[in-house]
Design a protein around this ligand. Structure first.
Ligand SMILES: Cc1cc2nc3c(=O)[nH]c(=O)nc-3n(C[C@H](O)[C@H](O)[C@H](O)COP(=O)(O)O)c2cc1C
Length: 210
């Protein structure tokens, strides 16, 4: 589907019909997340891909309870890194070196600059920075899902602390930031499926400085 048509087609479905999303389409959406941009390329988040009805049921109870969590096919949990450390930056530098065929030593100025920038932040600032990066990946997933004609509902309406505990995220250095239900809209039960999209006019959204 063409990009703007897909963006017009998509909406945050409130009711889904339980239909499965094919593994190929899920793969495409996950690959779009993997290829998403992030500050300095660090990708300071992990995405949990949940395809287990019982677990989705338990998450549903912590998410207001929003029907899409159980009516969707797959549920993604975007969890950002907490308490980041220099080893994670070093691991990233090793990946850059391996991927681009350069030495880790040649990346020392880059590594020092990244560490200087990140670790001058307070822990709270650093955690917020990581969470913000995860939203870029969420946005990539939304666009990828739309082009695949898969419905995708982003959600912040859940109890993050309770979800962290359920999924044992603190022990993994993670904190849940957002959810994304992937599935297919139930147009018969969701009046929003045919509601016009509400967006600010271009003249109000953009300031053009030519
Ligand atoms: C970060 C974020 C969190 C959201 N949280 C929820 C949510 O918890 N439940 C829900 O039904 N929709 C949620 N939405 C969907 C928005 O309400 C929706 O995207 C917005 O109203 C624009 O409408 P549209 O996406 O349907 O075109 C969220 C969207 C974003 C981007």
């Amino acid at each position: 589907m063409e990009l703007i048509d897909a963006m017009n087609w998509r909406y945050a479905a409130k009711k889904m019909n339980g239909q499965r999303v094919s593994p190929e389409k899920i793969d495409t959406i996950l690959e779009a997340i993997r290829l998403s941009a992030s500050s300095v390329g660090l990708q300071p988040y992990t995405v949990l891909v949940i395809d287990n009805h019982e677990l989705k049921g338990r998450i549903h109870e912590l998410a207001c309870p929003q029907p899409q969590v159980v009516e969707g096919s797959h549920l993604l949990v975007f969890a950002s890194w907490t308490g980041m450390n220099a080893t994670q930056v070093d691991d990233y530098m090793k990946l850059v070196a391996e991927t681009r065929g350069v030495t880790v030593e040649s990346l020392t100025p880059f590594a020092d600059s990244v560490k200087g920038n990140l670790f001058s932040k307070t822990e709270e600032e650093l955690n917020n920075w990581a969470a913000r990066q995860s939203y870029i990946a969420l946005g990539s997933a939304l666009i990828a899902a739309a082009t695949e004609q898969v419905d995708a509902t982003p959600m912040e309406g859940f109890n993050a602390e309770a979800l962290d505990a359920l999924l044992d995220l603190p022990a993994k250095g993670l904190h849940s930031v957002s959810l994304l239900a992937l599935g297919y809209r139930d147009a018969t039960k969701d009046f929003l499926s045919s509601a016009p999209k509400v967006r600010r006019a271009r003249k109000d959204l953009f300031i053009e400085l030519a």
